[in-house]
Design a protein around this ligand. Structure first.
Ligand SMILES: Nc1ncnc2c1ncn2[C@@H]1O[C@H](COP(=O)(O)OP(=O)(O)OP(=O)(O)O)[C@@H](O)[C@H]1O
Ligand SMILES: [Mg+2]
Length: 311
């Protein structure tokens, strides 16, 4: 049996027998949504008994890709630290590194022997391809070998864009969030990611010419949406905000004017963010008191729709 949170629409499994005992004895019972912590009264007619809804419940991992064609804007940093923060908040998170640079694992101090390549080539079972990095946090690693996979995808005569979606299916049910980091540029693997994810998070560096890259990306996303209606832009995350100089602040204001419904609180420029990877640590482990840690916590709250995520 399933109940849907009236605030964030997240589905939750409930035990009808237990609820019935309370309701039959005349008690008013309430539930607290695990995602947004909203407390709401439980009424019998809200409980859904439908195999289709139960199936949706089991496959309800949110699939968020972190992407922008422009390089060095903070995609990997954001993907890893958002994932680490969601995991700290109690969500089960899978980080999928679709980049040949394979940096997500490095940032978390892991050297997985297998990863996305072996999943896509079916050399190993899905479970064998995933490594646990922290409590609640798993990685499907990227790396150089993905270059060969890209060629395999390119050579497919039909259905090439669904390769990743098909391969990911057996893994989805175990996670609350699947976060996908992409490489810079535009290739068949990124198209695959955009045919798999349902939400897009775009980090935009508040430096020279970032808005041009964003508007180009919006056009590419529009082309994908012609074929795949389920994907939508959800978050624009301004990165590298240097509060000491005017330029980045002005770009941030411009971004808010252009895309008011998507722009999140910015991630400020922080030395700690560039230092943490060489220690194999997330920002929450390396510098929990840093401004970057504060900023990524805000992003976790925004994405999880849970203001109490760290309480
Ligand atoms: N807010 C920040 N303040 C300071 N340094 C940062 C910040 N965000 C990221 N960095 C550093 O900037 C560099 C580029 O970041 P990152 O690798 O996350 O970008 P990317 O978009 O994933 O790059 P690529 O396109 O090559 O994959 C890294 O060395 C990272 O540690
Ligand atoms: Mg990267």
């Amino acid at each position: 049996m399933i109940i849907i949170c009236p605030k964030c629409a997240r589905k939750h499994k409930v035990n009808l027998d237990i609820i019935k005992v309370h309701i039959d004895s005349g008690k008013n019972i309430s539930a607290t949504c695990r995602s947004c912590k909203y407390k709401f009264p439980v009424l019998m007619d809200q409980i859904i008994d439908s195999p289709a809804v139960e199936e949706e419940y089991r496959a309800q991992a949110r699939k968020i890709c972190v992407t922008l064609s422009k390089g060095g804007v903070g995609k990997t940093t954001t993907c890893v630290n958002l994932g680490a923060g969601l995991a700290l908040a109690g969500y089960k998170v899978l980080l999928v590194d679709t980049d040949t640079q394979g940096q997500s694992s490095y940032i978390l101090g892991k050297k997985p022997k297998a990863g996305l390549t072996e999943l896509l080539t079916k050399e190993l079972t899905p479970e064998e391809c995933v490594v646990q990095a922290r409590k609640n946090l798993w990685i499907l690693g990227g790396g150089k070998s993905l270059a060969g996979v890209k060629r395999i995808i390119d050579r497919k005569s039909f259905g090439a864009e669904w390769t990743l979606s098909t391969a990911m299916k057996p893994l989805e049910r175990q996670y609350d969030f699947i976060l996908l980091d992409t490489s810079p540029g535009w290739d068949q693997l990124i198209v695959n990611v955009l045919f798999y994810a349902t939400e897009v998070l775009v980090p935009v560096a508040l430096e020279v010419m970032p808005l041009h890259g964003l508007s180009e990306f919006m056009k590419s996303l529009g082309s994908i949406q012609t074929y795949r209606k389920e994907i939508s832009l959800k978050y624009i995350v301004p990165t590298f905000l240097d509060t000491r100089i005017k330029g980045p602040q002005a770009l941030y204001s411009e971004l808010k004017k252009l895309y008011p419904e998507y722009v999140c609180s910015p991630i400020r420029y922080s030395e700690s963010l560039s230092e943490a990877p060489s220690f194999g640590k997330s920002i929450f482990e390396f510098a929990p008191g840093s401004i970057a840690s504060v900023d990524y916590r805000e992003l976790v709250k925004k994405v999880s729709m849970n203001d109490n995520a760290f309480e």
